[in-house]
Design a binder for this molecule. Structure first.
Ligand SMILES: Nc1ncnc2c1ncn2[C@@H]1O[C@H](COP(=O)(O)OP(=O)(O)OP(=O)(O)O)[C@@H](O)[C@H]1O
Length: 259
């Protein structure tokens, strides 16, 4: 696979000669591509193609299991995040993740957001309050929860909990935000709110969004990367890929012939 970097803007992420293994099993093969800054890249592909595996490489989540192995390089700006010397806590502040299932912690709405800030060593009450408020505003949740910040977050609706997870992720000022099927368990109205939020957030940070929903990829992303069997089959501007896919496999997938 040749190196793909035909973005029309500043590059934020650069993936080079990258392979990923679960034990002896190779799950991502010879990935070479870059991601434009302050935009949304959609990762699409059939079930088992490696989308989640790739998403989890950007903040080294796979390090939780000893048999997982990365090869090659992933640069975020000038830092190779696969360098063994990298501080993983710092990396996970730079690269936030929002998962498929909303995961509010069983504590108050305020504490859900303050949690990560306190871990970063922020103790000043006024600063905590201001940053929690800003994160909730940026996640378009503030108006719905401002009068009940001390109430249990797990009582919020699924869509609200997902926006709470986004608020928690953005509270620590990440540069990159990875959404892994983050609207898959939500109703259409909540999905639409999250999509609007993704587009708004992408003005300030770089978003990678795994999705099975091709309409969603078409609605929100500027670029799309199509994966199959752990390989990049095609990478292009979304409007080009969806109207004029070059590879037969991409055409078949987009036409709903498999996956
Ligand atoms: N922990 C693991 N150990 C071994 N193999 C795994 C593990 N997790 C995923 N895989 C394998 O890696 C490949 C890629 O899986 P991955 O979950 O990344 O695909 P995906 O495109 O996200 O699929 P889906 O759309 O169904 O979520 C699959 O063959 C899967 O079986």
């Amino acid at each position: 696979m040749k190196y793909i970097c035909k973005i029309d803007g500043k590059q934020k992420i650069d993936v080079r000669n990258f392979n990923f293994y679960y034990g002896n099993k190779i799950a991502l093969k010879d990935l070479n591509f870059c991601v434009k800054e302050n935009t949304i890249l959609a990762l699409i592909g059939p079930s088992g193609s490696g989308k989640t595996t790739l998403a989890r490489c950007f903040n080294r989540m796979h390090d939780l299991y000893a048999n997982n192995r990365y090869e090659g390089e992933i640069f975020i700006d000038d830092t190779n995040i696969l360098d063994p010397k990298i501080d993983l806590i710092e990396l996970r502040d730079r690269v936030g993740m929002v998962f498929q299932k909303p995961t509010a912690f069983p504590m108050s709405i305020f504490e859900n957001i303050a949690f990560g800030l306190k871990l970063k060593g922020i103790k000043n009450k006024t600063e905590l309050k201001d940053r929690v408020e800003k994160a909730l505003k940026d996640a378009a949740l503030w108006d719905e929860v401002k009068d009940r910040l001390d109430k249990l977050a797990t009582n919020l609706s699924g869509g609200q909990q997902q926006r709470l997870c986004i608020a928690r992720a953005i509270a620590v000022d990440p540069e990159v935000l990875v959404f892994d099927e983050s609207t898959a368990s939500l109703d259409p109205i909540s999905t639409s709110k999250i999509e609007d939020l993704m587009v708004e957030l992408s003005k300030k940070l770089t978003i990678i969004a795994v999705t099975h929903n091709l309409q969603q990829a078409a609605r929100v992303s500027e670029y799309t990367l199509f994966l199959m069997d752990g390989e990049v089959i095609e990478y292009d501007k979304t409007n080009i890929m969806f109207t004029n896919p070059k590879d037969k496999k991409t055409q078949d997938y987009i036409m709903g012939r498999f996956g």
